[in-house]
Design a binder for this molecule. Structure first.
Ligand code: MN3
Length: 200
């Protein structure tokens, strides 16, 4: 069974008042994400050992294998974007109490968490992602990954909240101002209920 582009759970215009325009979601979801899904399906079609494998199994089977970097990139980006659409919400930005307690424990305060996340997101040179993760000892941390890599592939931890910092995610709405895009995400768009639901 081929992989499919998941439908958004909100309309393409639902985030516009919060800084992510209909044009961005039409391009990013309908075109960019669809292209990753199509390319991944073509790779699976051409590689018998991948057929019937879950997305997570394909990521595990191809990560770090230079000969299969092209397959990993598409699989990683499919996984990352499924996560990302869930990490956005039309009424985002509000942090549930139990997650807030974990953030304060790990970073000292919510503001210090946001500073750490911004540093990761702005500091990712070129394309990639910033992540709030839960490490194997249960504590929270922030990390960044290049291109299609994610914390699932690296084994760094469980992804709680990921932000796409590829230019296609912000250039329509913020031009070259990645820091403003990141701040707007953390304050107005981030679905912290989704992040909380990913806690172990
Ligand atoms: Mn993207």
């Amino acid at each position: 069974m081929a992989f499919e582009l998941p439908a958004l759970t909100y309309s393409h215009s639902a985030l516009a008042e919060r800084g992510m325009s209909q044009e961005t979601l039409e391009l990013h979801h309908d075109k960019h994400h669809q292209a990753y899904v199509t390319a991944l399906n073509n790779f699976v079609e051409a590689n018998g050992d991948l057929q019937g494998k879950s997305l997570e199994e394909i990521i595990a089977a191809t990560y770090g294998d230079e000969a299969r970097a092209g397959i990993f990139n598409q699989a990683g980006q499919h996984w990352n974007h499924i996560h990302f659409w869930n990490a956005l919400a039309p009424n985002g930005g509000g942090i549930p109490g139990s997650l807030e307690a974990k953030l304060v424990e790990a970073f000292g305060s919510v503001d210090q968490f946001k500073d750490a996340f911004k540093a990761a997101a702005v500091g990712q040179f070129g394309s990639g992602w910033a992540w709030l993760i839960q490490k194997s000892d249960g504590s929270l941390g922030v990390t960044k990954t290049p291109n299609g890599v994610n914390p699932l592939a690296t084994g760094e931890g469980t992804a709680l909240l990921g932000l796409d910092v590829w230019e296609h995610s912000y250039y329509v709405d913020f031009r070259n101002r990645r820091p403003d895009y990141v701040t707007n995400f953390l304050d107005n768009l981030a679905n912290y209920e989704f992040a909380e639901s990913n806690l172990a």
